[in-house]
Write a protein that binds this ligand. Structure first.
Ligand code: MN
Length: 269
């Protein structure tokens, strides 16, 4: 595993803002209020989308914000019906630095489209690599090793960054992902399970980000929202036996590093 980035370690302490690196803001009934909530609390929120058409509205509504950014997605679970929309994806790609949700899903319900998913994900990776500098939020349910093979082949590390969202692959696959330069966005459901706790112990701390994956996860009976990402930070801190404030600052630093920190804007377009 590569050594932790010395810059991240020695940088002066920065304001430890919250990061929600994967949330479906447009799937809440009160989409606009959700954007405003992230904005009000300065939560760096990556609003992932499931189709290229949904991205357009997300882009319009988030463009005036400081802290919320829309990601262009073509979700593996909709590829069965929507593979043709890859051409719209490719047309819209120049409008954003952020891509997601994309990836592969080999669970039984979606397995019939797996070959198509692979073909589409390859095109997503190739187009993003060609454009350069993109940040991808990637789904890899039951398909971690296939996702990593495609990333290795079609998305070289110097062409952009992959964030593995809700990663549930084996430890050997996590190590491979680290070698390929991937980040991991971790949510509360992952940390409820021993496998997720083990994972967070083996991933280098400088590759960890927080996410809610709202509204798909619940807190009590209500869908989680970006403000609840503090719970994820608490859970990570508990597993690693570290102060919550340290975990929170490190995730903020990781996020800055991910964005390359070459701008005064809090969240670059
Ligand atoms: Mn998701």
């Amino acid at each position: 595993m590569p050594a932790p980035d010395p810059v991240a370690k020695t940088a002066a302490p920065l304001e430890p803002f919250l990061v929600d690196a994967h949330c479906h803001l447009d799937l809440y009934p009160n989409f606009l209020e959700m954007i405003q909530e992230s904005e009000k609390h300065a939560i760096r929120t990556l609003a992932v989308t499931t189709t290229p058409l949904a991205f357009q509205r997300n882009q319009e509504l988030t463009a005036p914000t400081q802290y919320v950014r829309a990601a262009l997605g073509i979700h593996p679970q909709v590829i069965g019906e929507r593979a043709a929309e890859i051409s719209i994806f490719e047309k819209l790609l120049p409008l954003t630095r952020y891509v997601g949700e994309v990836g592969l899903d080999a669970s039984p319900r979606f397995y019939s489209s797996f070959q198509t998913q692979e073909r589409i994900f390859q095109r997503v990776l190739e187009a993003s690599a060609e454009a350069g500098g993109k940040i991808l939020s990637v789904h890899s349910v039951r398909a971690a090793s296939r996702v990593l093979k495609l990333v290795e082949k079609f998305f070289p590390e110097d062409r952009g960054t992959v964030i593995l969202h809700w990663f549930t692959g084996a430890q050997s696959e996590a190590k491979r992902a680290v070698e390929l330069g991937c980040f991991f966005s971790v949510n509360s459901a992952m940390l409820d399970r021993d496998t997720g706790k083990q994972l967070i112990r083996i991933i280098p701390p400088d590759r960890v980000l927080s996410e809610t994956d709202g509204p798909f996860l619940l807190k009590g009976k209500c869908p989680v929202r970006p403000l609840d990402v503090g719970d994820v930070i608490c859970a990570i801190a508990t597993v690693l036996n570290e102060p919550t404030t340290d975990v929170r600052s490190r995730i903020a630093q990781n996020f800055r590093r991910l964005l390359k920190g070459n701008s005064n804007r809090p969240f670059e377009v």
